[in-house]
Each structure stands twice: as C-alpha cells, then as structure tokens.
Design a protein around this ligand. Sequence first.
Ligand code: DP6
Length: 397
Amino acid sequence: MSVYTASTTAPVNIATLKYWGKRDKTLNLPTNSSISVTLAQDDLRTLTSVATSKSFSEDQLWLNGKLESLESERTQHCLQDLRNLRAKLESGDSSLPPMSTWKLHIVSENNFPTAAGLASSAAGFAALVVAIAKLYQLPESASEISKIARKGSGSACRSVFGGYVAWEMGSEADGSDSKAVEVAPQSHWPEMKAAILVVSAAKKDTPSTSGMQHTVTTSDLFQQRIHNVVPQRFEEMKKSIQDRDFDLFAELTMRDSNSFHATCLDSYPPIFYMNDTSRQIVKLCHQINEFFNKTIVAYTFDAGPNAVLYYLQENETKLMAFIHQVFQRNSGWESKFSKQDLAAFDSYFANTVAPEMAFDLDQDMHQGVSRVILTQVGPGPQDTNECLIDEATGKPK
Ligand code: DP6
C-alpha cells in the first residue's frame, strides 16, 4: 500500500489589533480587520503530519497523543475546501493520484502545555491546513490558504505568515476577500521580543467564539469600536510597523487591548477576561514606561488573563530589571537567560532603578503568575523532516 505523507510546523500569533466579532459565523468572517505578531516556534508551535492512502477507511485525527473527533463543522469545512482544490488539480492532470477521494490521517502535537491557556487553535488550524495543502501539492498562495485556515478558527489565518501580519476583513459575502497578508517580514523588525506572563486562572473563561457573539449582540460600545476606532487604527498600526516606530506601535497595541476588554465589560451580562493580576501587570507596564519617560513596553491580553508584553531587544535590560525583580520566583528564566544576564538585570534594578523609583513594586504579583515564556517575533509555517506518522502503517509513530 502506498502512503503519502507531509509535515509542517505552524506558529502561534498574538494580535496587537484584536479580532473580536463575526459578521458570518459559519465562514468566520470578522466585523473588523486585525493585526498580529507571529511568535518564534522554538517556544510555541504545533507540529502536524498528515497522510493519505487509498487503503485508509476513515478520516482520523490524533491530537497530543489522543484520538479526537473530526466531526466539527469548522474542521469539515477546511477538509472540504482542500479536497476541492486537489480535485481541481487532478481533473487537469490524470497522472496525479486521486488523493481528493481518499481518507486522511492527521497527527498533531503542541510543544507547549494546553493548560497554559495560550490560544492553540490558531497554530493548530494553520498547521492542519498547511500540511494538507503540502500533501496535495496545491499551487495556491499563502493568502489563499489563509482563507481556508480562517474557516477553522479566525485567528488561524494569521498564523499562515511569519513576522507582522494583517487579516483584511474583506466585504464579500462569500469571504473570498477575507484573508491574511504580510505587513512586514520578521527580518524587517527582528528586534521585537515578547514576554508572556502566564496568569493562573481559577476557572475556564468564556470561549472566544461565544464571547464575541455575545459582545456583538449586546454591547453598544462595540459598534463604536468597529466603525469609528478600528478602521483608522488598522492603518496607523500598519504604518507604525513599516516605520519601525515602537512608541506608536506600543501605544496602539495597549489602547486596542483596553478597547477590546472594554467591549467585553460593556457586554450584557459582562464578560471578564482580565483578573486582578492582569490589571496589576497593566499598571506595572505604565509605571515602567513613566519611569523611563519613554514607551519601552506594550501589554496585550486575549480572551483570558495572560499578559503578553512586547518590547525591543535594545530595552531588554531596562524592562527585565523590573520584570525579573517581580517575577523571578516564576519558572522560565533559566532556559532563556544566562546567570550573568539575570545578574545584570538585578544590578540594573538595584543601582539604577531602585534609587530613583517613586512607587512601590507589588511583590505579591508573582503569586498570580505560573510561568514566564520569553520569546520573539518568528517565521511562518516551516517544512520539517520530523514526521509523526509511520509510513508503513499510516498510524501515529
Ligand atoms: C481575543 O480566532 O479563537 O484572541 O474564530 O471563533 O475560532 P474563532 O475565534 P478565535 O478568536 C481570537 C480572539 C482573540 C483576538 C485575536 O486573536 O485577534
């Protein structure tokens, strides 16, 4: 039996201009355009292998070692679109194996714990769609492929690109112009770093899919956001990236996170994603920027309490002097920084910051945080020789 396989990795992306609200639930068409930074894959990525063979009897998915259902409408949409494109190829070239009619085996693994509460659906759907597109040898561009990933999970369309990415909302009813595009590659602004403060949540948050629908139908402020705030901000943020203007990029990012969470609070009944620790982190970032009289850090929060801090490499010591001071008891430091680096942060804090500091640091903040993930802007989906499927059996290795 011939088993054909393909594998890819795909990254996580964290929006700096948030997608929140759908104008079409089935096609995942958004009510506003959004922008994100793709994060490096050594820390956060999904690896997906796919296989197809005439001999397979059903579509099957193994996620992090467990057999999972492929029945969701979203997944079915993605598979159908990919099979349609493959069928088109086959109809023009009779030498191609008729893969569009064969079943698929999909094996997918994240290199980060799902418990961290980091959106894994973006990397997951991007990896699924890119891996099958590769298996089918589809000639479509990344933006075309992003439209299929979008149907899996809206934010997944942005994980099809590396660097700085925009999701253009489009206006067509069939979604044919709602796609991800590159704003700038990673190499345009490689100095962008991210520190994720994983905030411990007592209970599960409202899932983003139902949360955003609730906001669309109940919040008045939401209308103001999508009509009068985001369109202009979308253009300004793209320009701040093109100009490598961190000051502006950071302010827009923080304002947009606040605007998104304000529409959650304005929903009725309200939705709370940020908790006390999240709010303490917001305050700390503003104190840090005030201390240096310069915007050196931007915070952003998704549909949960975790904080993602964006900053530039050139300001690492200044920022980490504070962040290490407060969060040094949390895990994650040693894998990214040497003992000398950490000592340099501490001595910068003791010698330069502490004597000038006009506010008290809340040393209890670390109790609300479980770990720190230190990462940076990264590339899009990557080819890999690693394959999670045994080519002899078509089953997970
Ligand atoms: C707050 O992409 O997870 O992270 O399209 O329903 O799957 P679905 O939602 P999803 O929502 C992400 C929301 C967000 C903002 C963002 O990533 O832009």
